[in-house]
Design a protein around this ligand. Structure first.
Ligand code: B3K
Ligand code: ZN
Length: 890
């Protein structure tokens, strides 16, 4: 398929104002009757054909204003060359589709005996013929007819208008959604489900019905999802003045789902992973994930649904903004300033682990892409997470109140419309005239247009006689595919200066009368700028990019002494963590070029780590983040040539040393952070568990190295008798990654207590696929993964299961995946090809495991190219996978 280009956007020749859909639901053959009220777009060129999208459908009938009309089929299209020559007419279509043959899980498909839909981005065309593009917004009325015993619950968007019985054991339900919406927000569900429901009253006194639908037997796992939904409704009203605009808001959980969840108007469909949780089956991380995804989809009701995207190039308009909103929601829910910082660190870790490599590889694209072959490949970390950082920078530049004013103006101007990223940025700027954003808006928008992670270099010089500190900031950006030259960006650099004894220094810039506090935001717009601070007696340590105020790679030029000062004293928790990571990273990078072991860690570093661990003023969750060395993927991104085995070895040795040298401290951390009260997945309890479980991991690691059975025995006991999943799962991972001989028994036990619970089984598979390779005689993980492909609980067709085994192995276990004998790559190619025939979207995600092959050292590089070439050479390949592998090989 050829590329779709942003600059080719043209408004449609026809609008669809209303849609009446009638479904005769049947897994083998569903009949869809569709009645469309069509209007000519007076702004479009006259005489155009009516071209509808349609895929894997059988057309039974097509009438225009009740008369038959001639049509022809083109690849994926239904073309009516001569529609009625009127401003408005009715088109009636009748077609069939085959849900049970739909293994792509896009359109109408079956899962565990029910029928579900997924339409974003282009799934509606797999249900019926339509103008399946987000700028065509219509009012939907939907009638569902199905067997009553098999499908007792019949749901669609909006309000239930009527329901009743039909002949032959069938029944029907009629739904009406008063809000015009694009087809990608359509949904239906027909299944045997039960629901938890709750009535709430919004600020304005309006009553709403909230419902969470799940399979029978799962109702006791819906409490947290419902609580998260209630909190989301309250938060959006309080923080952004955005109320729930529907009488009824439904969430439906489904086991087979390509991504996390989907924000269909009034009828969100969720992966079970982001709905079902009980202390016994879900970890603290799972509970947090549910809160954030429930929030995300709910917040889309305004940012995405009320105002949607003009075209798919604008995807970040709704996704970047909604991720920003869900991040803020989770921070507000976390409560304390330090819990907020922990969430921010987590988000930045994710950005660096996924988005930075994406932005440096063959799939690098701007937040607002310029072209694509398959839109599903562009639901990326760049569009979502970097897009959220772009919104965050705007908020930083205009301030919290200013951002709220901007959001208000955005809704005042665009409610009910399909708009662009430009419209959003314009509204935020216009609501804040004179702000750094408004003044530099055109330049700021390079963040939407340029791919790649900019680099920010900072150098300081202090003059004792003038008592001045000069900070010089330089920005640069590397070329990326299709973008050889980069323009400088607008970068908000939140910063402070710290004296070597830990005081936050008052900040007076040259030319100012007085100091303005101890933290300020420098706005960098030039390739190089210097900022002169007055009244600085001694050389300070600059604390830059606090809270990660811009998505860039910072070269601070700071040496150990300064980093240790920041780790000890910075007032910004994010930068304290960052200083600790930098200290670890410097030690790993220094050892990488050699072939020997990691040299013994210096006392200064160990003491600094111990000081953090023992500091009574710090939050346990924060300590856990500081004491965890940077991930192997992040280390790899710092290297011009990547040797995954060497990185793994050094990082493991670093963990071994931390385990041994801080042994007494880990013992203390374990003892001091046991949670004795009843389980709550809140920030306080989960922070304690995170630190205690890191301590356990370190104690097991050290014990296995020394042949001491005590700690592995305790971990094994935890797997057996832990009262909740967080501790059980952490103990299991400690035994596996610590290479304890007890790991096998623990796995068997874990499989037993999973008792067929799919989400727990996913953890069981993932823990094995992510297992750390042992340093002596590595290479064992792939064998286990291959054996697990044949396990009766494994299935290539269920996306969660597939991701937990194949995805985890290929994308999250570099040392097991990148093997000198190329067996990891052969495995990858086999799975991608096998999966492509079943589910191209998921196959393309797995295919991206090879993105960074060009920076690999030999022999990995050549072997990776060979595997990519094999996949690319396959005769029948989906557009999804073809785009990924051909870009990789370009
Ligand atoms: N908007 C959906 C993602 C759809 C992905 C289509 N391949 C979920 C979300 O971002 O909220
Ligand atoms: Zn989203």
């Amino acid at each position: 398929a050829s590329a779709i280009r942003r600059e080719d956007y043209a408004a449609p020749a026809f609008w669809i104002r209303t849609v009446e859909l009638t479904f005769d639901l049947d897994p083998a053959k569903t009949i869809v009757a569709s009645k469309l009220a069509i209007e000519r777009n007076p702004q479009a060129a006259p005489g155009q054909a009516l071209v509808l999208h349609g895929e894997d459908l059988t057309l039974l009938r097509c009438l225009a204003d009740g008369e038959s009309v001639s049509f022809r089929h083109e690849e994926g299209l239904l073309v009516i060359d001569h529609p009625p020559e009127k401003d408005a007419f009715t088109l009636e279509i009748r077609n069939t589709c085959a849900p049970e043959k739909n293994t792509q899980l896009s359109g109408l498909y079956t899962s565990t005996g029910g029928l579900f839909t997924q339409c974003e981005a282009e799934g509606f065309r797999r249900i019926t013929y339509f103008l399946d593009r987000p700028d065509v917004m219509a009012v939907f009325s939907v009638t569902l007819r199905a067997d009553k015993a098999k499908y007792p619950v019949l749901l669609s968007n909006g309000n239930l208008v009527e329901q009743g019985s039909l002949d032959n054991g069938r029944h029907f339900a009629k739904w009406h959604d008063p809000f015009p919406k694009p087809s990608y927000l359509f949904a239906l569900v027909a299944a045997d489900l039960v629901c938890r429901e709750q009535k709430i009253v919004s600020r304005s006194g309006k009553e709403h019905l909230l419902q969470v639908y799940v399979r029978r037997g799962d109702l006791d796992k819906t409490e947290h999802a419902m609580a998260s939904l209630i909190a989301s409704v309250a938060w959006d009203e309080a923080r952004f003045g955005l109320p729930l605009d529907l009488d009824r808001f439904m969430i439906v959980a489904v086991s087979d789902f390509n991504m996390g969840a989907m924000e269909n108007k009034g009828l969100n469909v969720f992966n079970t992973k982001y709905v079902l949780a009980s202390p016994a089956t879900a970890t603290d991380g799972d509970f947090a994930g549910i809160e954030s995804v429930v929030g995300h989809e709910y917040f889309h009701n305004w940012t995405g649904n009320r105002i949607t995207c003009r075209d798919w190039f604008q995807l970040s308009l709704k996704e970047g903004l909604t991720v920003y909103r869900d991040q803020e929601f989770s921070m507000d829910m976390a409560g304390s300033p330090s819990a907020r910082a922990v969430k921010r660190i987590d988000d930045v870790r994710g950005l660096r682990a996924v988005q930075f490599p994406e932005d440096a590889g063959p799939m690098a694209h701007p937040v607002r892409p310029d072209r694509y072959q398959e839109i599903n490949n562009f639901y990326t970390a760049t569009v979502y997470e970097k897009g959220a950082e772009v919104v965050r920078m705007m908020a930083t530049l205009v301030g919290r109140e200013g951002f709220r004013r901007g959001m208000d103006l955005y809704f005042e101007r665009h409610d009910g419309q399909a708009v662009t990223c430009d419209d959003f940025a314009q509204a935020i700027a216009d609501a804040n005239p004179g702000s750094a954003l408004a003044v530099n808006l055109a330049q700021f928008k390079h963040w939407y247009a340029q791919a790649g992670t900019p680099r920010l270099t900072a150098r300081g010089s202090h003059d004792v006689t003038t008592r001045r500190f000069t900070l010089t900031l330089t920005q640069s950006a590397l070329p990326s595919p299709g973008q050889p030259d980069k323009q400088p960006c607008v970068m908000p650099v939140v910063m402070g200066l710290i004296s070597t004894d830990g005081r936050a220094l008052p900040l007076r810039l040259a030319g100012e009368e007085a100091a303005h506090g101890t933290e300020r935001t420098l706005v960098l717009t030039q390739p190089e700028e210097s900022f002169v601070f007055e009244d600085i007696d001694d050389a300070p340590v600059p604390s830059l990019l606090r809270g990660f105020s811009a998505p860039v790679v910072l070269d601070s030029g700071l040496y150990d002494g300064a980093l240790i000062t920041l780790l000890r004293h910075d007032h910004d928790a994010f930068n304290r963590w960052e200083a600790g990571q930098r200290l670890a990273l410097n030690r790993l990078l220094a050892a990488l070029p050699g072939t020997g072991e990691l040299p013994a860690l210096d006392d200064a570093y160990i003491d600094a780590m111990r000081a953090v661990l023992r500091d009574p003023a710090l939050d346990p969750a924060f300590k856990e983040l500081v004491l965890t060395p940077p991930g192997e993927g992040y280390v790899a991104e710092q290297c011009a040539e990547v040797d995954p085995q060497r990185i793994h070895r050094l990082r493991e040795e670093m963990r071994q040393q931390l385990a041994a040298r801080l042994h007494a401290d880990w013992l203390w951390a374990w003892e001091a952070h046991q949670v004795r009260e009843g389980y709550r997945p809140d920030a306080v309890q989960s922070g304690k568990r995170a630190l205690a479980n890191l301590a356990l991991t370190m104690l097991v690691l050290d014990a296995v190295a020394k042949g001491d059975p005590v700690w592995p025995g305790r971990a094994y006991q935890r797997v057996k008798d832990a009262g909740q999943m967080t501790d059980r799962h952490a103990a299991l991972k400690a035994l596996i990654d610590g290479h304890s001989p007890l790991a096998q028994g623990a796995l068997a036990h874990f499989h037993g207590v999973a008792a067929g619970d799919d989400l727990v089984l996913d953890k069981w598979f993932a823990a094995q696929a992510q297992a750390a390779e042992p340093l002596d005689g590595g290479g064992v993980v792939l064998g286990r993964v291959k054996a697990l492909l044949k396990h009766p609980d494994f299935s290539m067709k269920n996306p969660n299961r597939l991701r937990s085994l194949v995805g985890s192995f290929c994308r999250e276990n570099p040392a097991a995946f990148h093997r000198a004998d190329a067996a990891g790559y052969v495995f990858w190619a086999d799975r991608v090809l096998e999966l492509d025939a079943i589910n191209p979207q998921i196959a393309a995600r797995i295919a991206r495991a090879m993105d960074r092959w060009r920076v690999l050292a030999e022999p990995y590089r050549s072997a990776a190219r060979e595997a990519l070439a094999r996949v690319a050479g396959s005769a029948k390949l989906s557009d999804d996978v073809r785009e990924i592998v051909s870009k990789a090989l370009e």
